[in-house]
Every structure is written in structure tokens, then in C-alpha cells.
Design a protein around this ligand. Sequence first.
Ligand code: ADP
Ligand code: ZN
Length: 738
Amino acid sequence: MNILVAVPVPALDLLTYRVPDGMTPPAVGARVVVPLGTRTVTGIVVEGAASVAIDEDDIKPIRQVLDEDAFLPADVIALARWTAEYYAAGPGDTIMAVLPPKTRGGRADSHKTVRVAMITAAGLDASSAAVTPKQRDALDILAGAPAGVPTSQLTARGIGADTVSRLVRNGLASVRQERVDRDPFDAFPFAATMAEADRRLTIEQEAALTRLRAMADSRRFGVALVHGVTGSGKTELYIRLSAAVRASGRSVLMLVPEIALTPAIASLFRQAFGDQVAIQHSGLSDGERHDQWQRIRRGEIDVVVGTRSAVFAPLADIGLIIVDEEHDGSYKQEESPRYNGRDVAIVRGQRTHALLVLGSATPSMESYHNAMSGRYERIVLERRVLDRPLAAVTVVDMREEYAAEGPDAVLSRALKDAVAARIERKEQALVLLNRRGFATAVFCRQCAGTLECPNCSVSLVVHGEGHARRANCHYCNYSTRVPAACPHCAGPYLEQAGFGTERVEAEVKRACPSARVARLDRDAIRRKGALGSLLSRFRDGAIDVLVGTQMIAKGHDFPRVTLVGVVSADVGLGMADFRASERTFQLLTQVAGRAGRGDQPGEAIIQTLYPEHYSIQLACRQDYPAFYERELQFRRAMRYPPLVSIINTIVRSRTFAGAMDDAADLVQRLRAESDRAGFRVLGPAPAPLGRLRGEYRAQFLLKGVNRKAMREALMAAVAARPDLQRRVVVDVDPVSVL
Ligand code: ADP
Ligand code: ZN
């Protein structure tokens, strides 16, 4: 008898193994140890009793079965298989994404343990004359705790290991090792200050809750798009709805883009549901994640809050799945399997007859399109709670600023004045620039040469000032000292151009010397714990101005922030990506929503070179419907999602010609199919990022309404060129085509 096994090895298909005579066939979802070439690996049984037309003798036997029952629930395996197929990824990659950390490679069930002391029957009866005073103290403590006391707690109360071991030797107490589940909430920097159980919902919240509850109670699959402006109280709504679904006996899955950036949400869920919440995200150690995962699998948990991969959490009987900030690009995994957690969540919801809630102040074009066409229920929260006004937005035309202040101006006069006013009033400000580093390019005034990455087709970015200056590649991590002379012409006229967050931080300090300024971007939070400490210092008022990348635009709720400055609102608009306008609109709307969440009204100042661009204009007016209509015209004219589906394919090669030729070959094979299957092929062309980590990249796009036909044609074309298999990257429903 044969079984199908998924092994966590990239790009591998499902493998067939034989169950040796005398061995009980393993359950679907169980882990098995199998030979693979010269290695031994742990895989997951995805299908039992497969009848495979291969000569029986060629099939290798499994070595060992690790689980009596399923380790992964059958519905999660089915979901993983759907994901592998839809996103054209190998089952190997997908199973890796679904397994919790630490079980990969078979090292399962590693847990932290503690020693717990317990009193015995003899100990309960022991007369005081028979023991020392210390032992008497210990027995009294233990007698009051029938389930036992960790020995570390006894030590803290002055009872040492020697006393305990004497009690054990005399039969008066026993000690056992007990597994503990590490609680990731211990690491959270601050508890939420909000949720009060008896808070009165606003009229809009109440109406939304009623509709959502009715949908959940029907126990039929349905999707609701909750389109609520920033500060309209969506989180409160999620918690009430989750409580209702939980009370009806079903479990809740809540996906968030990045827990580390929004610890308040996790804390609020913890406050509301206590121990019944598990948290799954990449900021946890493997051990912590593993513990949480095991608790979910054992059915001890009925609410899971997690990032993208939590969509595969082994949670049973799901009645509600919430995808918070559903438009967020971080739901898309940018390595194989290139799945979108939001879209996998919808499929999971469909299979478990759950209610899907997609929440956002700036819904993705896809979700809003589905809501407008009636496929999703649309629920609108138009007003902020307590009728707090949205921030007043001012646009500063930087062309005028350059004319007045010179071409080096980073901060406009309006923004400098506004920051200074906040410092005076003891309020706080956020200043956003979505670009890291100090200077974004180094060029030579003599030969016009630039400092480029030797591995990638991008300029190196300068980090640091003075002697600490380094030039780094943001794609491959190449790093070098900034040379004194031009590497091309040896001339001494190197100059820095462009600016990033480090420069903005320096400029804010210069403009407001008394301000306490800090920076929040990927460089600033490299050290473990740095992010939490920055956020809590800002919350506590130890920082006046926080400068940062889009990280500061995420769902934070800082009541004393009354000013948000955006230094270059158009950073993303120059990119050759069909979502550039959508992303700019989202970022500006989200960041403006961070101002004025407390009692004081907020203000946003947006600096740009393109004040008339629709994504900037409409973000300033916070007019989502108008943006949607305008953007939809563009998508329709250019045939982009949500009106068609696209698949992006990148072919990598050591040479430019190799990449282009191989891509051209695949395109030719596809063109033969495209008319019949009703899709178009665009390209091949050099990818916008034409060289990455030493490899050249050519690209082509498939566009059409029948995604399945496109994917199948593409897979057939790639299958005809097995030599390309490992050099082709297929991205179904790409979030970015760069
Ligand atoms: P959103 O997620 O829509 O941006 P939040 O859920 O963060 O909004 O709510 C914004 C603020 O309003 C939070 O501080 C929250 O505690 C508070 N809040 C939410 N609902 C209410 C309510 N009904 N009454 C008073 N305050 C509320
Ligand atoms: Zn590089």
C-alpha cells in the first residue's frame, strides 16, 4: 500500500512511499520519516492508500510514523493543497509554510519545562515534630496548593532545593517536570488603555454589529467589507463580533498585517478573551510560536490573532475570520508559496461556512470592486467615534518651496513651523518619508557616474554621516565604505543626492533643537526589543517627534499626536507599478488618520512635487469613492486588476541574453495557446529590477479573465522546459510587479 507525502523541500512535488508490511498505515496529516535521496526527512501524509501506477519495487518504504493521529488537520492540508495549486507553488514549499516552526525536520514538541513540587498524603499527615521548621514552612505552602508549586517560586520564598529534595527523599513531597507554554504576551511593551466592556457603541457601530451578527448567525459563508474611516472604532466592532461568535460555540481567526506594529490590537483581544487567545506572528521566537500552535491544535484555544501564516492555524470549527487592514501588501508572501493571506482566508471561510470580515479605511481595489458588484456585503463607518473630526490636510507644493528656499530644502517652512508649534504645546508629531537611509544616491560631478550595487541594478544608499558613512544595497545587503574618490574617473567630486529618513531626522533636529526626535524604520529596529521600546517611549511622551517609514502609518493609536507631516508624498508614484497610485492613496490616507485621535484635532501637511495628482488630491480630501472611480478608469483602460487577473513571471539567468531568450521561448509557447484560452501575453522585457543578487531578470505578464486557463498554460510551457524550472518565478495575483 502506498501513500502520498509532502516533504518540506522547495519545489518538490508530492512523493509516493510504501507502507511496509506489518506497519499500521499512518493517518492523513500524520508526520512520517522518509528517505529522500541520501537524506532522511520528515514529511506529512497528504493522501493515504494511493493507487499509483509505478512498479511496486521502485517505491521506497517510509521509515517511521511519528504521530498516531493527524498532526495537521485534514482541512488545513486541503487548504494547503489548494494554495499550492492556485499559486502554482510546489506542495513542498506550501507544507513548509503551513507547519509550525521546529517541527520542520522532525524536531517536534520541544517545550520549556519547570519543576513543580507537590505535597504527598504522607506530607499532609506529617506532624511538626517530624520535620525541621524550614520543611514545615514548605509543607504549609504546598498544602495550600494541591496542584503544586513551581520550585522557582519556593526558592523565591526562601525554600531552597535542598529542603525540597529532603522532603522528596522522606516521601513527604514529590516533584514532577511540567511543560509550560510560553506566553508571548509577556513580551508586549504596553497594555492597551482602551477597551471597557460596557462602552456604548456609536450608532454606526451598533448598526454594523447587528448586520454582521445576523450574517454570522446564519452559519453560511458570506463576505462583508467593513469600510470604516480611521478612528471609526473598527477594532471595538471586531471584538464584540468575536465575542458573539465565540458565545455561539465557534472559533475566531483574526488576521492582522503586523502584530509588532499594532500590539494594541493583540492586547485588546487578550483583555477581552484572556487565555483563550493565541498569537501567531514572526516576531515570536520559534519556541513561543510552537507552543501557541500546539495549544491551538489541542483545541485549548478558540481565538487566534496572527499575521499572514496564521490563516493556516489548526483551528477547528471557525465561525468568523477577520482580515484587518485587508488592503495591506504584507498579506502577500513574497517568496514561494506566493499566497495572499486575505484570499486564502476567503477560501478557508468558504469551506468552514464562516463569516469573512474584511476591514479597512482604504479597501483594496479588488475588495471594493467585489463590494460594488454585490458579491460582498458593504458596511460603511463614515464617522470617527465621539465625532472627532478627520485631520485638516494642507498640501505644500515643493516646486514653490525650492524656488523660495533653494533646491536642497527637505522640510518646508510650513512643516517646520507646525512641528515647532507642537513642541511648544507639548503635543506630538509624526513625520513620514517612505525611504530609508541618509542619501539615496552618490554621483560624481566630473563624470556623472554613480555608486551602483555590484550585484543589483540599483544605486547604493548612504547610511550614517561623517566617518560612519556606508553605502548599502537595499536588495542584497551589499555594503561598502563611501569612497573619497569616484570609482569611475578617480576625481574627488563625489556628491550625495536624494534623502531618506535619516536625513529627515537630522533636519527635524536642526529645525527644532529642543525637540526629542527619534526614528522608526527597519534600520532603527534591528535590535530585538527596539521596536517595542520606541513605541512605548513615544506613547509615554518621552519622544516628541517620530520620524519614520510607512511603519509609522500602521494602525497605531497615539492620542497626543496632532500633526502628521509627509515629506515626499510622491515617493511611490515614480515606480513602474500599476498599484503605485493606489498605494500612495492608501499610505497618505492612513497616515493622515494617525493625527487627532485624542481630544485635540489633528493636522496633516503633505509635501509633494505633484500636488495635482489624483491620488494626492483625493487622499487629502479623504474621498475614497472618488479615488476608486478614477483609479478604476485607469485599470480598465490598461487592463489591470480588478478587471482582469494577471500572472507575473520572472526568468532568472546569469546573463542578460540568457534571461531574455528563455523568457522569449516561454512566451512563444504561450502565444500559441493564448488566443484559444482567451488571455494576452505582454513581454518579454527586462524586469524593472533588471539585475538582482547577481542574476539578470526578464519578465512577462499574462492578463485575462480566466486565471485557471492562464495558470495551466503557463505550467505547461514551463513543464516543456524542465531546465528552466528552478529559474522561473511565477507570481499569481501579484501585489507588485517590480
Ligand atoms: P479604527 O480601528 O477604526 O481606526 P479604533 O477601533 O482604533 O478605530 O478606535 C479609535 C479609538 O476610539 C480607540 O481609542 C477606541 O478605544 C475608541 N473607541 C472605539 N469605539 C468607541 C466607542 N463606542 N466609544 C468611545 N470610544 C470608542
Ligand atoms: Zn545589491
